[in-house]
Design a binder for this molecule. Sequence first.
Ligand SMILES: [Fe+2]
Length: 241
Amino acid sequence: MTNPLVRHYGPRAYADHPPFSYPEYRSTVKRSPTQDPIPIVATLSESTGPGPVWSEMAEEDADLTTNAGTGEPAIGERIIVTGRVLDENGGGVPGTLLEIWQPNACGRYVHWREVDFPAPLDPNFIGVGQCRTDDSGTYRFTTIKPGPYPWGNHPNAWRPAHIHYSVLGPSLGTRLVTQMYFEGDPLLPLDPIYNSPPPHSRVRMVARYDHEVTIENWALGWRWDIVLRGEFATPADEDHQ
Ligand SMILES: [Fe+2]
């Protein structure tokens, strides 16, 4: 008997991930494959590189409140986001590049396609950052809590506050692109992207407030772990919206 999740989400996504085509998330319909995937045998090239160029990474890029380099801090609710990158056994994955991108506190990206959304830009916020996991697989960013923003998916559509993540290990074959959300956001039940993975795995994309991470008189703290494989894998974002 076919697993009901396989029937609803397709064989690739039977466990945790969204289907390639999810009509409520409109752009996936045209961008998803219509043919079955062709397995490709991984060779040494796929498993050995190319990986992150660490010489290009600056420590300062883990702090998005200052990495615009203007000398002035970004405007908005300062937050710390930290967690661990984990393998299928719960072990930390060190030496992994995390790149994030997000809108500013008003929900505005630094991007030419944003001209229709009348929210202000912040000259002291570029909305991109990166860091490397330490020996325990831990990452840590300081940033501004992103604002929700409208998008044209359906009438009165708004994205919940979210941060885009790219996780890159030692080769191109070790990459996960996903989004992180914030616990308690009232827009989550209305968002087709958040709702595209199976119900049981959606919550794995949600960061929780952690008072141990919060720094007195400075920033609120959020914790979010990323699981690369296995029973508790973090769902991927199929369309990189
Ligand atoms: Fe986004």
